[in-house]
Design a protein around this ligand. Sequence first.
Ligand code: ZN
Length: 203
Amino acid sequence: MSTKNKRDPTICTDPIDATVLADYWLAGLPASEEEAVEEHLLSCDSCGSRLREVIALAEGIRQIAREGSLRMIVSEEFLKRAAEEGLRVRQYAPPAGGKVDCTVTAEDDFLIGRLAANLSGAKRVDLAICDERGVEQIRLPDIPANPDATSVVYQESITYAKGAPTSKIIARLITIDEAGAEHVLGEYTFNHTRTIPGPAARS
Ligand SMILES: [Zn+2]
């Protein structure tokens, strides 16, 4: 390191954004950006300690997610670990514009929808969960979407799914361009059949 670059490592003049640190930790950054973050962290204690805070937070969220009750985007790594821990992952992978028949059983720990999409060039991606008429019910804004990935791995709340009635759910991946206009990346229909007996949580 040259004298010119010598600085107090506890003070950062160009702190890495917390969301970038989180994506870095979750391996959601493009390779070039990941390298830049890595490089910065090597010499910056300030961002290093912020990364540790982000990790603590992410691990806390993971702990909750381990129960399978959150609607969220998960990583391949997460699914791999869940399987290694002996948890039962039920997975459906409808093609873009396609549909799939699905259900959930009492033994399942995770319910995953693998949404195939071309994510390259998408700056921001939202996931909308819609009812059978396509009317949006819930939106997960700005989900982690690796531009190199060929799908988004969506975890439906297993707690909700286990109590859900037989119904049709439409998921929609939406990208938002610089001008704020929305473009549908893909639409996926889940024809859910209730196989667990008992009263429906909602109809
Ligand atoms: Zn820094």
